[in-house]
Design a protein around this ligand. Structure first.
Ligand code: PDD
Length: 286
């Protein structure tokens, strides 16, 4: 039984109750985070908290929690849930109103919920044990124009993810109406061509992924590989030697199939191995 946090108290998940008039429930009116934590050590804690504060500000939820308060909550949740390989989920909704009305209510207290769930422990990157890589489908990105906000309104993402799930794939690669790559339904995307790594620029079409940021920073610091943040066309994606997806729980995952066709030579690539190794060696410094 897992222990969760709700509005100031820790309790078994079965005892956590919220009002049906909570705007998180009625409107998906909230912000969330998922922070990876391995045996009590988090990856990218500060980046996650900064992004949550940016999101709360963007949608006008006032909450003055300090970084230390969030850190204590994450540490306590990890401890109470076995301190293994965990995703720490933080969720702030605008709170429970007395009626259903779209405009922001005045004097409402945000609902703060947090839990920890098991995530796979990342393996040391190795071509012999990595397996055959993920398979993706692609579709036009039909979400909204504010994808930089890590909103709990995830129906757009859920529908795109479901398409891949029903197709027997693991993710949907998304492109905009100009046939430019955006991201995946729950991950950012990188491509590699002729040894050069590229990922879409950070704008309103993609989430400011913390793993994406760490990959860019770690590779820049290492300096042995070239990485560009730029617009990427769907034609470039289809001609890529390697494709990777990044997220807090997947770290850097290699993609070997796109729409049932091999990516590059269909094998997990050598640039992935180098990048994933650097990531795994340096992720705890962020
Ligand atoms: N998803 N893009 C989208 C749309 C995402 O939902 C996520 C993460 C990412 C990667 O972000 P990060 O590297 O900060 O995890 C990109 C989380 C894990 C989820 O919804 O479960």
């Amino acid at each position: 039984m897992s222990t969760v946090f709700l509005n100031g108290d820790y309790m078994p998940i079965e005892e956590a109750k919220i009002s049906p008039l909570d705007r998180g429930f009625l409107f998906g009116d909230g912000i969330y985070e998922v922070i990876p934590s391995y045996f009590g050590q988090m990856v990218g804690f500060q980046g996650h908290i900064d992004r949550m504060n940016d999101g709360l500000k963007a949608i006008g939820i006032e909450l003055n929690w300090s970084d230390r308060q969030w850190k204590k909550l994450c540490d306590t949740l990890s401890e109470k849930n076995g301190a293994g390989s965990l995703g720490i989920y933080l969720h702030v909704s605008r709170g429970a109103d007395t009626k259903r009305f779209h405009a922001f209510p005045k004097n409402i207290t945000p609902t703060i919920f947090a839990m920890a769930f098991e995530i796979p422990l990342p393996k040391i990157p190795d071509l012999a044990t990595v397996g055959k890589g993920y398979s993706l489908i692609s579709n036009e990105d039909l979400r909204w124009q504010r994808c930089q906000i890590k909103s709990t309104s995830l129906l757009g993402n859920v529908l795109h993810f479901q398409d891949s799930y029903e197709a027997g794939s693991q993710e949907t690669l998304l492109y905009n109406s100009n046939n430019e790559l955006t991201e995946a339904s729950a991950a950012n995307i990188f491509i590699v061509k002729n040894g050069i790594i590229a990922t879409p620029i950070q704008d309103n079409q993609i989430l400011a992924g913390i793993t994406r940021r760490l990959v860019i920073d770690i590779l820049a610091k290492d300096g042995s590989m070239l990485l560009e943040e730029r617009t990427i066309t769907l034609d470039e994606v289809n001609a890529a030697d390697e494709i990777w997806i990044t997220s807090s729980s997947k770290e850097i995952a290699p993609i070997t199939m796109l729409n049932n066709k091999a990516v590059g030579d269909g094998k997990v690539g050598s640039i992935w191995l180098k990048a994933a190794t650097l990531y795994s060696e340096n992720k705890f410094s962020y």
